[in-house]
Every structure is written in C-alpha cells, then in structure tokens.
Design a protein around this ligand. Structure first.
Ligand SMILES: [Zn+2]
Length: 261
C-alpha cells in the first residue's frame, strides 16, 4: 500500500507567524523543525496503519523546507519544483494525506490564511464554488483516482474541510483567532494524535472515495493586483469591467491549474 503525504507548513503544529513560513526570516528554521515533527509523526502512522511505501512531498513555497536528515528514512522525500505536476511520482498511490494545511484566502480569524499565494491571488472558484487549497488539491488528486484520507491543520481549516470532504477525518493540531494568533497543542500531544489518526485513516483507506469533479471543469481566479493573464488563450472575463477576475474551462484540472496560476 502506497501512501502519499503532501506537506504544507502553515497548518503544522507550533507554526504561528509569518516568520515561520518565510525563508528569509530568523524564525524559519524553527518552522521547518516543527514541520519535520508532524511529518515524522504522520510517517509513523502510515507504517502502523499498514503502508509499505510512503512518499513525502515537501509542498510549501519552493518545495525545499525539510532537512532530509530530520525525516524518517523509511519514507521517500520529494523536494523542489516539479513543473506542471502537483504530485510527483503519484503513480500507484492508494491514498493521499494533506498535512499542515491552512484556510483559504479571506477566512476570518484564520492563521496565515491564503490560497496558493498571498501575494497573487485573492479568490479561486472551482466550478463556481469558492475554493481553498484543500478542495483544489483534493480535486487534482481525484483526477488521478486518489482519495484524500486525512487532513491536518487548525480549526478554521477543519471547518473548510468539513464542507469539502465531510467524511474525511481532520486532525486538528491548533486553533486560531487571527493571522498570527493561534494556540497549538503541545508537540508531544499533537504528534501522538497525528500518528494515531493517520494509522486509523490508512487502515480504512479503501472506504474513502476520490473527490467528485464535474467536467469540463472551470477555474475562476481573482488576482490581488492587476491582471497579468491577458495573453492566455481561451480565458474569459466574467465581469467586463474587472480584468483581475478571469476564468477558463478545460478537461484537465491539473493542466488548467498550472496554466492559470
Ligand atoms: Zn504553505
């Protein structure tokens, strides 16, 4: 059984400020250390649950955050850019875990909320439904026939996940009340919870179904600043007075995602 863990940073236990997620900040190494803690707890849970292959995709920013020396060597670690591919080496994957996720851009009171880029995008809609990273990533995985079996993060991400993936277990490691305001579980407690919930989810992975996406799929994007996508073919502007909002339909979401974002 092959389990794929896509790890982001904002929803990791103990991560609580911009400094923890931005490479040039003094708090960043601490954030990466926290990430290794949650990742290793999740890997442990995968093997306890019966996995015989575990892949960790280092998925925050440039994709190079984890120090390989700190990651459980039983898992394979994928780092760096994989252009046009959300889940490198996804072939044969039985189930996906979204670890350390965060709420979509604009979520009130949510820790480090954003959707893919806090500088570039204000809103994304998938087939007309406002979407954060949990929904889009679940939808791209579904295109490969892979279900999400667990998500971890804060209470705001939990509420978002409950709407998108109502039957998928959520491992809440912290609660938040602002962009840089949160209360985290103690590391030891959080790691025990991640391991236990991961093992449980992996054991019953066959009960989960891939997220349902209807095709042709439409991705609508609202940029934060001026539109930079005028040159793209097939792009429509639903509001002729606002060139920052544009959309396109296609038969492949993953391709569309990398074309538009
Ligand atoms: Zn991130």
């Amino acid at each position: 059984m092959k389990i794929y863990i896509f790890a982001d940073l904002e929803g990791i236990t103990g991560v609580r400020c911009r400094g923890h997620v931005l490479k040039d900040q003094p708090e960043y190494p601490e954030g990466c250390g926290f990430m290794a803690g949650d990742v290793n707890a999740c890997i442990e849970g995968c093997f306890l649950g019966g996995a015989d292959e575990v892949i960790i995709r280092d998925g925050h920013g440039s994709g190079i955050n984890l120090d390989p020396a700190t990651v459980d060597p039983r898992a394979r670690l994928i780092q760096g850019a994989t252009p046009g591919v959300r889940y490198a080496e996804f072939e044969g994957t039985d189930a996906l875990i979204l670890l350390g996720y965060h709420a979509m851009a604009g979520t009130p009171g949510a820790l480090l909320e954003h959707t893919y880029s806090s500088k570039a995008y204000q809103n994304l809609w998938l087939n007309g439904i406002r979407a954060g990273e949990v929904m889009i990533d679940a939808a791209i995985a579904a295109e490969h026939g892979v279900p999400v079996i667990m998500v971890s993060g804060d209470d705001k991400t939990r509420a978002e996940t409950a709407k998108v993936l109502p039957t998928v277990p959520f491992c809440q490691v912290k609660s938040s009340s602002g962009l840089e305001q949160s209360e985290s579980l103690a590391q030891e407690k959080a790691h025990a919870l991640i391991t236990a919930m991961t093992a449980g989810a992996v054991k019953r992975h066959h009960e989960f179904k891939p997220f349902t996406v209807h095709y042709p799929v439409t991705l609508r994007i609202e940029m934060i600043e001026r539109c930079q996508r005028e040159g793209l073919t097939g792009v429509k502007y639903p509001d002729p007075t606002d060139c920052r909002i544009y959309e396109k339909s296609a038969d492949n979401l993953e391709k569309l995602f990398y074309e538009l974002l």
